[in-house]
Structure formats: structure tokens, C-alpha cells
Design a protein around this ligand. Sequence first.
Ligand SMILES: CC(C)(COP(=O)(O)OP(=O)(O)OC[C@H]1O[C@@H](n2cnc3c(N)ncnc32)[C@H](O)[C@@H]1OP(=O)(O)O)[C@@H](O)C(=O)NCCC(=O)NCCS
Length: 112
Amino acid sequence: MNVKTGCDIVEISRIEAMLKQSELLGKIFHPSELERFTAEHLAGIFAVKESAFKALGLSPNSWLKLEVNYTPEGKPKIIFSNDISLVGVMSWDCSISHDGGFAYAVVVVLQD
Ligand SMILES: CC(C)(COP(=O)(O)OP(=O)(O)OC[C@H]1O[C@@H](n2cnc3c(N)ncnc32)[C@H](O)[C@@H]1OP(=O)(O)O)[C@@H](O)C(=O)NCCC(=O)NCCS
């Protein structure tokens, strides 16, 4: 089994500047992801997506090919769309943190 990781750090002010650009937001975030409309929260989701691109070697334009949902306890989880090849991918997980004006995420993928 192979372990693949990806991580990303995002300046929250960068996402703050995007909040009024609805067309751009729609290219990056699913409607469900925009329900909690704060720059800090969206920066975390943005960082998860970039981390997943790295872990899985996806094109950097794959924003809408994954959706970040939450468990009832508040833990983020990634739902991949059907047009991503997940051949050999057995499991994955992600985690988000924010502090000091930055959001950080890590994604781990277990691949056969
Ligand atoms: C939830 C917790 C991780 C927040 O830590 P924090 O230092 O205050 O804040 P951070 O910025 O590092 O983390 C916040 C992020 O943690 C994630 N998070 C929240 N609850 C979580 C949970 N139960 N498990 C994993 N990740 C969680 C979220 O992604 C959240 O940001 P987002 O909602 O904007 O996406 C902290 O309370 C903790 O360590 N909890 C232990 C796990 C836990 O929550 N157990 C039982 C809860 S019922």
C-alpha cells in the first residue's frame, strides 16, 4: 500500500477578497460549501481542495470535482465526483486548522 499526502496553506485575506466575486466562487465551491459564508471557513475548504490535488495528482482546475462536507461532529470529509479516477484508492482523510490569518489543510490517501 502507498500513502500519498498533500498539504496547503491559504491566507484567509485572499479568500476574503473573493467573497464578492460570485462567478469565481461558483467555479471553486459547491453551493453546499458556501452555506457557511465566512472567509476563514472557505479558506479551509480551499486548502483541502488544493491538498487533494497534490495527494492525488489532479489538475489544479479540479475544484468542483470534490466537495467538502462535514460530519455531525464538525469533522470535514471529501466527497469525490464520479469523473475522478479513484482506481486503487482505498481510503482518504482530511483535516483543517486556522490560526494567525491562515488556513491550513492536510489530505492523506491510501492507495493499493
Ligand atoms: C474541533 C477542534 C479540532 C477545533 O480546534 P481549534 O484549535 O479550536 O480550531 P482549528 O482552527 O485548529 O480547527 C477548526 C477546524 O477543525 C475541524 N473540526 C471541527 N470539529 C472537528 C472534529 N470533531 N474532528 C475533526 N476535525 C474537526 C473543522 O474543519 C474546523 O474548521 P471549519 O469548521 O472551518 O472547517 C477542537 O475542538 C478539538 O481538538 N476537538 C477534538 C476533537 C473533537 O472535536 N472531539 C469531539 C467533539 S464532539
